[in-house]
Design a protein around this ligand. Structure first.
Ligand SMILES: *Cc1c(COP(=O)(O)O)cnc(C)c1O
Length: 388
C-alpha cells in the first residue's frame, strides 16, 4: 500500500485540487516549485537552523514514569508543547514562510479559527519582516481575544469576516478571495494537512520532523503512536516515518465533543462521508443535502468538520485506527497528566492522552503519545471545570 501522494495530488481516492479556475496560477506556482525548494540544501540549512535555534528542536521524547505505572505499559511523550509558541504549528509556518521567501513573495495571508495558526503565522512574519494579514471570523475574534491580541502585538493585521456563520469556513473564503486578487505578491500559509494539492503533502513533510526525531530518540520500535486529529497535521507528522511499518500501530484520536450521537461533536470519521472541503476531496461531516455540519469540541483546535485527505486514506485502508474521545474524557486526562507528570497539556493533546485508558497496551509494549501543545491557552476552560 502506498501512503504518499501521487502526481495528481491523491492519496488513494482522496485529495486533489478542487479549486476555482482563478486560483490555478497560484496553486501551480507552489505545485511546480515546492519539491525542488524543500529538497534544496539552501532550504534545508535555513529550515533546520530555525527549527533548532528559534523553535527549540529537537523536542524531548520523555519517558513518563508515573503515567506508565498507572497504565502498566511504557509511555513516552513527544514534547511538541515545549516549542516556541506552544505547539507543533510553528514547524509548518517556519517551513512555509521560507518557501514564500524562495518564491519572492512579500505579503503573507492566513486564515485562523481558534487563532493558534494565526499566531504561528504572525510569529514567522515578524521574524522575516513580511506583511501579515490574518482572516478570522467575527465570532472567533470575540471568543479568542488573547490570540487576537498576540497577533496584533506581532504586527499582523487581523481582518474580521462577517459573512455566513462568522467562523473558520468564512475566514477561509475571504482568504481565498484575497489570494485571487493578489496572486503575484502573496503567499497563503495553510495551517494543517488540508486544502488543495500540494498543501497536504507540503504540510505533512514539514511536520514529519516529529516522527523523524521519535525514531532517532526511541531506538526501539514503538508498538503504538497516538495523536489527536483536527485537520491532522500533528498526527501526520507523528505517523509519517512509521506509515510503511505495519508493526507500528497508528491511532488517530478525534473529538467526540458531548458524545458522538449528541449532534455536538467533531468525529469526522464516525459521522462523515466523502465530500469536498477547502479544495480537497476527503471525509467530511455533512447533512443529507451535502451541507457542511457545524463541528463542536471543547478544544478549538479539533473543532473542524473535515480531516486531511491523507487521514481519509489511512482510514479507508485501515492503516490507522480512528477513535474518538469526549470533552469530559479529555478534561480528565488533562488533570491526570498535570498531577502525575507536572505537565499541563493542550486540550487537543489531552484527547490523545485520554485514549491511554482504552488502549490496553501490554506491560512490555511501548506507546508514544504526541503531546501537540501546552495548556496555557486552555487555562480558563480548565479553571471552569476544575474537579476539586
Ligand atoms: C491546532 C492544534 C491541533 C490540531 O491541528 P492538527 O492539524 O490536527 O494537528 C492539535 N493540537 C494543538 C495543540 C493545536 O494547536
Amino acid at each position: 500500500m502506498n501512503y504518499s501522494v501521487n502526481k495528481e495530488g491523491y492519496y488513494g481516492s482522496f485529495g486533489g485540487a478542487y479549486i476555482p479556475e482563478m486560483l490555478y496560477p497560484n496553486i501551480e506556482e507552489i505545485k511546480n516549485n515546492y519539491q525542488k525548494i524543500i529538497s534544496s540544501q539552501k532550504f534545508k540549512n535555513e529550515y533546520n537552523a530555525l527549527l533548532a535555534n528559534y523553535a527549540g528542536r529537537p523536542t524531548p521524547l520523555y519517558f513518563a514514569k508515573r503515567l506508565s505505572e498507572k497504565y502498566k505499559t511504557n509511555i513516552y511523550l513527544k514534547r511538541e508543547d515545549l516549542l516556541h509558541t506552544g505547539a507543533h504549528k510553528i514547524n509548518n509556518t517556519l517551513g512555509q514562510i521560507l518557501i514564500a521567501k524562495h518564491l519572492g513573495k512579500k505579503r503573507i495571508i492566513a486564515e485562523t479559527g481558534a487563532g493558534q495558526h494565526g499566531v504561528a503565522t504572525a510569529t514567522v512574519c515578524a521574524l522575516m519582516g513580511l506583511q501579515c494579514i490574518v482572516y478570522m471570523g467575527e465570532v472567533d475574534i470575540e471568543r479568542q481575544a488573547p490570540n487576537v491580541a498576540r497577533m496584533k502585538m506581532l504586527g499582523a493585521k487581523v481582518v474580521s469576516t462577517t459573512s455566513g456563520s462568522k467562523t473558520l469556513k468564512d475566514a477561509t473564503n475571504e482568504a481565498i478571495r484575497d489570494w485571487i486578487n493578489n496572486a503575484t505578491d502573496t503567499y497563503y500559509i495553510i495551517g494543517s494537512v488540508v486544502g488543495p494539492h500540494p498543501y497536504p503533502d507540503l504540510v505533512a513533510k514539514l511536520q514529519s520532523v516529529i516522527s523523524k526525531e521519535i525514531k532517532l530518540q526511541l531506538r526501539t520500535k514503538p508498538n503504538y503512536v497516538i495523536a489527536c486529529v483536527g485537520g491532522g497535521s500533528n498526527a501526520a507528522g507523528a505517523f509519517y516515518h512509521f506509515m510503511n511499518d505495519k508493526n507500528v500501530k497508528l491511532i488517530a484520536v478525534e473529538a467526540a465533543g458531548k458524545g458522538i450521537k449528541s449532534g455536538h461533536s467533531a468525529a469526522t470519521m464516525v459521522l462523515g462521508k466523502p465530500g469536498i472541503i477547502h479544495g480537497s476531496k476527503t471525509m467530511l461531516m455533512q447533512n443529507s443535502d451535502g451541507q457542511i455540519t457545524e463541528p463542536y469540541s471543547i478544544s478549538a483546535g479539533l473543532d473542524y468538520p473535515g480531516v486531511g485527505p491523507i487521514h481519509a486514506h489511512l482510514f479507508d485502508t485501515d492503516r490507522a485506527k480512528f477513535v474518538s474521545i469526549t470533552d469530559a474524557e479529555a478534561l480528565k486526562a488533562a488533570y491526570q497528566l498535570a498531577k502525575l507528570e507536572g505537565i499541563i497539556p493542550a486540550l487537543e493533546s489531552a484527547h490523545a492522552l485520554a485514549y491511554l485508558g482504552k488502549l490496553k497496551a501490554k506491560k512490555n509494549e511501548t506507546v508514544v503519545v504526541n503531546l501537540s501543545g501546552r495548556g496555557d491557552k486552555d487555562l480558563s476552560t480548565y479553571i471552569k471545570h476544575l474537579p476539586i
